[in-house]
Every structure is written in structure tokens, then in C-alpha cells.
Design a protein around this ligand. Structure first.
Ligand SMILES: Cc1cc2nc3c(=O)[nH]c(=O)nc-3n(C[C@H](O)[C@H](O)[C@H](O)COP(=O)(O)OP(=O)(O)OC[C@H]3O[C@@H](n4cnc5c(N)ncnc54)[C@H](O)[C@@H]3O)c2cc1C
Length: 475
């Protein structure tokens, strides 16, 4: 029996597939320069994780090539997969597509089968998280995406009709001019990781957030409490157990653990592609349910914790008080008192665009759902109201017209897009639908802004298809 085709053969197949769908091939965006003569990027993408990469790949397919992707992380350390993601496998199913932008040879399955064969893919459960990162790097390389690592975006400002991105590279400050900026900086980046103030006040060596780097080796023999009952909370509980914590107690505020995965009920093309076409009242109602019920954890994660005899689940255990007494953390909960050595907050993130330093001076002008939509009595939800209200191409919209027109050139591709588009930014499952939609926005705006120049180019186009000599005279 023949073995797997190997990566070199697959890469040749990718090149062939891309050539087959390359039409039309002309690059078309006229170059722009600042008053000082600096070439302006057509699109700057901040974040070289799966989202930023896929947007870059989509722009490349649309022949917009004056694009740069920056990421402050080192190559291979982008996103959560090799940093703070503490699950063993992705939560998505293994046939999920997205970074491939519908090119079959670019899918995870093709990449995996090329190296290990179809039977191995058949036998695979879910995708190990490290393999997902390796696959993302492979797509980056095979598509030759323009990613610069080690470049940290500090802030964005309008500058002479363009956007100026101030960045830090190896301790040096630089700046980049861009016509469009796509912010794909990670799932929590329309706000920030959040923990209850009660935990925030604990000494820093006694608590961490699941989004932090945590030295789990230090938790061996220790009593650990995890606050929160989502998938990441359980992943962190499991990691502590696997590092020989003496016990792990997980506090779930609700009387029962969420076991139903509401996202499964909306994972179909109609919803994922067309949610944004619904009116605000209907979008609000859908999201009120989805973002209130929240996600269930996968079965593997549940079993990874509950196979340990020293794992304890406390339901109906809302946190009431926290402090350090006699050398230990004392927690008062609605289900009783607990003592611990270390507390991990699995409490997710708070939506708060105004807190983003990268958008200081701009974010306060961006409209939120609370600015644009007043729900009927009984449907109020301050959590939803805090989400940014995005325009049809994921662009920020102004709270007051004229206050910060450059917001229309800032496209947000993280979880903050969820109220406006449903699952979209920072979601593997929705990439297939969300990325082409996002890519269509900067290309539309660039084309419209340059319509005069495109008209001139058309009128001045002078290349004849044939010479005026008669064919019979050409011997
Ligand atoms: C633990 C965990 C598990 C998940 N599992 C799944 C799953 O199974 N299925 C699913 O559909 N979704 C899952 N998600 C959601 C989503 O797929 C991931 O969050 C994914 O990483 C989002 O991709 P992204 O490109 O938007 O952001 P990221 O992958 O986080 O990439 C953002 C990048 O931006 C860079 N960056 C941030 N700020 C700056 C700055 N100022 N300057 C320069 N660079 C910057 C970061 O270094 C990072 O590399 C999971 C999320 C988490 C947190």
C-alpha cells in the first residue's frame, strides 16, 4: 500500500489549486505615499494568529498585496495554542475548515493526511492543540504570508488622511502608515481578561487568571480553587491535577453545570453567514440567549478532571468573600467556606473597548450596542450593551458622526464582533464565513476611495490587442 503523499507533494498540489483559481490576477490598488514620501500600507493586520493570517490570505487572493501582518509574539508562540490554552485538543471537531479559505488541499485534513495517511486521520479524535499551531504555521509558509513577528502595536492614531500605527520592535519605537487596519489581536481584545475584584485584591502570588502564564509546577502538593465553570476553568483544574495538586475545587456559581452546547444549535450556514442581516432586536434576542447560557465544556475536559479522586465540583457556589488569613486563602461562597493555597480565576473577559491602550483616544468615540439599541423591558442586558456596534464590514462605527471618522478604517476581528455578526472573529468554526466577509470590506473601501484613479487608468489604457499589420503580410 502506498504511504502518505508527504508535505512536498501536498505543497505542489496547493500551488496547483491556487493557480487553478487565480483568475483575475492583476494587482489593482494604486500605491499611496504620505506627504513625507513614505509608502502607505493598504492594510495592516495586527495579530498573526489564525484570524489575522486568514485575513491576509483572503486579501492575497483578492490581489491586495501591499499588506503586513504584525505580531508581538515570537514565531510559533502566536495565539493561545502554545501559551495559555490548557486543553489537550481543540474543542472544535476535526473536520473544521477555515484557514484554508475553501481550498481543499489547504485544509487541516489534507495537511494531516499528507504526513500520516488517511487512516490516521480517520482514527484521530480531536485535533491536538500543538498540531493546530503547526498547521497554521504551515499555511503561513506555503502561502508566503507577510508576517513580521516581535512587533508590538502600541497605539493607532489618524494621521493626514491615513492611520498611523506606533509599534515597538526589539525595544525600538517605529511607526507604520496604513489605509486600513484590521485588529485580530485575540479573543479578549475588545476588552480584557476579567476577574472579580475580590480575587484581584488577593496577593499576586496567590491568584492568577486562566489567561496568564501559570507555573503549574509550583502547585504540586497545594490546594487549588478554580473560580468559574467554563471549559478554560476545567482545563486549568485538570492541568493543576496533572501537576500533582493536593486537591482542586472548582466553584460553579449556577446551581447546575452547563452541559448543553448552545453553539451546536446555531452551527449551520444560514446562521453563520447571515446573522448580520437580521434586525437589531432579533440579533439582541439571539445573543441574549447564547451569551447568557454560555458554552458547555467538552466531554473530554469533564473526564480529564473527574477521573481524579481529589477533584471536587461545588455548584451554587457564588463567591462572596476572599482574603488571606493565617497564611492561607479563605474563600466564602454561597455553598460554604473553603481554604486554599492558590486561586485560578476562570472568569473570562469583560467587553470594554475603551480600556484598550492600542485605541486610546479613539475607542471612546466607538459606538456600542448600548448606544444604538434600546431593548424592550425585560430584555435589558448590560453585558450585551458593552459590545462594539460594528458596521457591515466589521468596522467600528462612530458614536457621534464626525467625532472620529477614521474609525471606519479600523476593522475589528475578535470576539467583540459576536453581537453584530454571531460567531465570527476569534472562532475557528465561523472563519469560513467571517473571513470572506471581512476581506470584502477593505477591498470595497479601497476600490471606492480610488474610483477616480481607476477611471483615469481605464480611460488612459492604451495597450492594443494586435498590431495593424495584415496577417497575410507577416511571413
Ligand atoms: C483556551 C482556548 C481554546 C479555544 N478553543 C477553540 C476551539 O476549539 N474552537 C474554536 O472555534 N475556537 C476556540 N477558541 C477561540 C478562538 O479560536 C481562539 O481564541 C483563537 O486563538 C482566536 O484566533 P485569533 O487569531 O483571533 O487570536 P489569537 O490566536 O489569540 O492571535 C492574536 C495574536 O495577536 C497578537 N497580538 C495581540 N496584541 C498585539 C499587539 N498589541 N501587537 C501585536 N500583536 C498583538 C498576539 O500575540 C496573538 O498572537 C479557543 C480560545 C481559547 C482561549
Amino acid at each position: 500500500m502506498a504511504g502518505p503523499e508527504g508535505l512536498a507533494a501536498l505543497e505542489a498540489r496547493v500551488r496547483r489549486d491556487l493557480a487553478l483559481i487565480a483568475y483575475p490576477e492583476s494587482e489593482w490598488v494604486p500605491p499611496r505615499f504620505t506627504a513625507g514620501g513614505e509608502r502607505v500600507l493598504d492594510v495592516l493586520i495586527v495579530g498573526g494568529g489564525q484570524g489575522g493570517q486568514a485575513v491576509a490570505a483572503g486579501l492575497q487572493r483578492e490581489r491586495v498585496t501591499n499588506v503586513l501582518v504584525i505580531d508581538r509574539a515570537a514565531r510559533g508562540q502566536e495565539g493561545p495554542w502554545r501559551t495559555y490554552a490548557r486543553m489537550e485538543t481543540l474543542r472544535s471537531w476535526k473536520t473544521v475548515t477555515g484557514p484554508d479559505l475553501d481550498v481543499p488541499s489547504l485544509t487541516f485534513q489534507s495537511w494531516y493526511e499528507a504526513q500520516r495517511g488517511a487512516a490516521a486521520f480517520e482514527a484521530l479524535g480531536k485535533i491536538p492543540k500543538g498540531l493546530w499551531q503547526d498547521y497554521l504555521l504551515w499555511t503561513r509558509d506555503v502561502l508566503a504570508l507577510p508576517v513580521r513577528n516581535g512587533v508590538d502595536l502600541l497605539r493607532v492614531e489618524p494621521d493626514g488622511g491615513y492611520l498611523r500605527a506606533y509599534v515597538r520592535v526589539a525595544g525600538r519605537d517605529e511607526s507604520l502608515a496604513a489605509r486600513k487596519i484590521v485588529l485580530a489581536m485575540g479573543i479578549e481584545r475588545s476588552g480584557r481578561w476579567w476577574m472579580p475584584e475580590l480575587l484581584e485584591r488577593l496577593p499576586a502570588d496567590r491568584r492568577a487568571h486562566t489567561g496568564d502564564a501559570i507555573d503549574f509546577g509550583r502547585l504540586a502538593g497545594k490546594r487549588v480553587v478554580v473560580v468559574g465553570a467554563g471549559a478554560s476553568a476545567f482545563d486549568n483544574a485538570a492541568t493543576a491535577l496533572e501537576h500533582d495538586a493536593a486537591e482542586v475545587r472548582l466553584l460553579c456559581r449556577r446551581p447546575e453545570l452547563q452541559r448543553v452546547q448552545p453553539y451546536k444549535a446555531i452551527s449551520y450556514p444560514g446562521f453563520l453567514r447571515h446573522f448580520a442581516a437580521l434586525d437589531d432586536a432579533t440579533r439582541w434576542r439571539f445573543m441574549d440567549h447564547l451569551l447568557t447560557v454560555r458554552e458547555a465544556l467538552p466531554r473530554e475536559t469533564w473526564e480529564r478532571c473527574t477521573r481524579h479522586p481529589n477533584f471536587h465540583l461545588h455548584t451554587g457556589a457564588a463567591l462572596l468573600d476572599a482574603g488571606v488569613r493565617a497564611g492561607e486563602v479563605r474563600l466564602a461562597t454561597a455553598a460554604g467556606e473553603l481554604a486554599a493555597d492558590f486561586v485560578i480565576a476562570g472568569t473570562g473577559f469583560a467587553m470594554d473597548l475603551a480600556s484598550r491602550a492600542e485605541l486610546a483616544g479613539l475607542a471612546q468615540h466607538a459606538a456600542t450596542w448600548g448606544d444604538r439599541y434600546l431593548p424592550p423591558p425585560g430584555e435589558e442586558n448590560p453585558r450585551l450593551a458593552a459590545y462594539p456596534y460594528l458596521g457591515p464590514g466589521f468596522e467600528l462605527s462612530e458614536r457621534t458622526p464626525g467625532a472620529a471618522p477614521c474609525l471606519a478604517d479600523v476593522h475589528l476581528f475578535d470576539f467583540g464582533a459576536t453581537m453584530s455578526f454571531g460567531p465570527s472573529g476569534s472562532s475557528i468554526n465561523a472563519m469560513k464565513f467571517a473571513v470572506p466577509r471581512l476581506v470584502g470590506a477593505p477591498t470595497r473601501d479601497l476600490f471606492r476611495a480610488d474610483a477616480g484613479e481607476h477611471y483615469r487608468r481605464m480611460v488612459e489604457y492604451r495597450t492594443p490587442e494586435f498590431p495593424l499589420t495584415f496577417a497575410r503580410d507577416e511571413r
